[in-house]
Unconditional design. Structure first.
Length: 342
């Protein structure tokens, strides 16, 4: 982990002395109002240039291109990559920054400017919804090494693939939710599209079971369960209705905090989620919180069901799946306010 480096007064503002050249990566086609997105990018650019930081603005040119563009920006000399968007944009950029040639204390840092429908990582970091204010907070943010999750899954071509994640990875109804989410409705209606699809699934889904094997951190013992949903969580504050789903989860943890739903009861799901919304949820033998170092999931023999997998809100593929933690794999900009309250 990088220690808090001193900030210095440059160009009329305090700025982290490791930040000299920043790349702003954004998706020009996302969001409900593209014109507003352009203004937000201009505002962020002005904040950093006003502090004497060189800025390169980079628009994504294809799905999943943010990771490739981040790698190129680092090769071109950028010391900081700012993912300007929601958790999906952060997820894409992350793929190009974990395990890159830039490693150790001099690795390029990833920062987040929240501009998406879902901004769970930004919420957990304490970043405001205002793009300008978020940029001002990141000027003095501290680059810290954090661990990330890694999920190995089966792609649409039947091959095993992997993706890194920083917010959460879900298997079961969570993955099905993102497989059904209409991108056009999401762009048009924003967060309301999430609520509509969640209600539809709560009414119609049968919550079929699959097998999950956990290697628990306490003693390193493996145990298997039949579950209808697992959610491997890396942050404590999702914001919105979900808010603090797993209070003990944190980016600094070297383990996975996994919620295991060992039930097919629609009523138990609904009751748990209502409790989460009112911040009164507790874990039990039926809906259990498991602290583990790794997890593997597979279909039950003869089930004939396709179980979907998502990470950071992005649909990946289907079972079988393995999820683990990659220690100290990413340099992330942590706002000073967040560091003091941690």
């Amino acid at each position: 982990m990088l220690s808090g480096s001193p900030a210095e007064f440059v160009g009329g503002a305090w700025v982290n002395d490791l930040m000299r050249r920043v790349a702003l990566i954004y998706n020009p086609a996302s969001g409900q109002r593209p014109g507003r997105r352009a203004k937000q990018i201009a505002d962020v650019k002005a904040v950093f240039e006003g502090a004497g930081v060189a800025v390169t603005v980079i628009a994504t040119d294809a799905p999943d291109s943010a990771g490739r563009l981040a790698q190129q920006a680092i090769r071109d000399g950028c010391d900081t990559i700012l993912a300007c968007g929601g958790d999906g944009t952060v997820h894409e950029a992350l793929q190009g920054m974990v395990g890159s040639a830039a490693a150790g204390d001099n690795a390029a840092a990833l920062g987040v400017i929240p501009m998406g429908t879902a901004n769970a990582l930004a919420t957990d970091l304490g970043l405001p919804a205002s793009s300008r204010k978020a940029a001002q907070m990141l000027l003095t943010a501290t680059p810290e090494r954090i661990s990330v999750g890694r999920v190995f899954f089966t792609g649409t071509d039947g091959e095993t693939r992997s993706r890194y994640f920083v917010v959460a990875a879900g298997i079961g109804v969570d993955g099905l939710f993102f497989s059904r989410l209409d991108s056009r409705l999401k762009q048009r209606f924003g967060y309301l599209a999430y609520l509509i699809e969640a209600l539809k699934l709560a009414y119609s889904h049968t919550f079929p079971l699959f097998s999950a094997s956990f290697i628990e951190t306490a003693g390193g013992v493996a145990r298997a369960e039949k579950v209808s949903q697992v959610l491997a969580v890396r942050i404590s504050n999702f914001g919105g209705l979900v808010h603090r789903l797993v209070p003990g989860a944190a980016l600094g943890n070297g383990h996975l905090d996994v919620i295991a739903f060992k039930t097919s009861s629609r009523w138990r799901y609904v009751r748990f989620m209502v409790a989460v919304w009112f911040r009164r949820h507790v874990y039990s033998r039926t809906i259990e919180l498991v602290e583990c170092s790794a997890m593997e999931c597979s279909e039950l023999y003869g089930s004939g069901v396709r179980t979907f997998v998502e990470a950071d809100g992005e649909l990946l593929g289907t079972l079988p799946v393995r999820i683990e933690v990659v220690p100290q794999a990413l340099t992330l900009l942590i706002p000073q306010k967040t560091r003091r309250s941690a």
